[in-house]
Design a protein around this ligand. Sequence first.
Ligand SMILES: Cc1cc2nc3c(=O)[nH]c(=O)nc-3n(C[C@H](O)[C@H](O)[C@H](O)COP(=O)(O)O)c2cc1C
Length: 296
Amino acid sequence: MKLETSLSKKLGLKYPFVAAPMFLISNKEMMLAAAEAGILGCMPSLNARTSEKFREDLAWVRGKTDKPIGINLTIGLTPKERLEADFAACVEFGVPVILTSYGNPTDYVKRAHDAKALVFHDVITLAHGKKAVGAGVDAIIAVSAGAGGHAGRISPFVLIPWLKEELRVPIISAGCISDGRQVVASLSLGAELCYLGTRFIASAECGAADAYKQMVVTAGPEDIVYTDAVSGIHANFLKSTVPENFSPDRTPEGAKRWKDIWSAGQGVGLIHAVKPMGAIVEDLAREAHDTWKALT
Ligand SMILES: Cc1cc2nc3c(=O)[nH]c(=O)nc-3n(C[C@H](O)[C@H](O)[C@H](O)COP(=O)(O)O)c2cc1C
């Protein structure tokens, strides 16, 4: 089986996988390790406390590799001045992929294209997908039910082929990919890249606390709760970290959203060890080949 798609070839990736951006916990070390492993390493620009720090992170990665990386601009959640400074840093360092989420990507698509970068936009509904395609994005990240972070409600079995039929742009499969079986499934449904968040929480390089990584390793899908109580938007969390009576306007003492309330997707059920990013990537590729061989 060829672990290669038009989009992975265009990006120059060894494998059609993305280490997806994760608020607070993806970092420059993960981006570098992913890029070196032959996949697209990403982080939200906001994970650096200031634009200056973000610029330093990009300079650090660029000093060590010229392989492709992606930066997530959380449009609606980032003050305009910060967003502009972060975008300028992406252009300065030749970041080839901008991942837009939480807002309208229109402004950034043309400017990214002028800078020869591609824009992938994150959606959970067809309506938002249509708007993003209208804005000229290069691919749609289809975030399915069960994904870590702000997840959708539609099964990936339907979401990926449906958005592909409706939108006619490359579709990226996000949600519940933990091993090579879901890689093969995603490709068979028509996805051009597999976008993994939760699997990479349990990586040596990830900035998550050790207890968080261990919980990802030991939890099952029934330990995940889909709730809007934490941020006002439905997302998946490790149930035992969500305090009782938590609501977007009433935060019990001490519990900080995302920092102490840990997000992860249903894919936790298939994650059994914390490993270096490079080893996880090779596991995924080997498992995908084994799955394909067993089917043919
Ligand atoms: C802890 C955590 C934080 C996340 N933060 C972001 C974010 O800041 N921006 C974003 O676009 N997606 C974010 N996501 C979603 C991921 O980029 C990705 O879509 C998702 O993890 C894929 O599903 P999976 O976790 O089942 O692999 C986050 C996911 C997790 C688990």
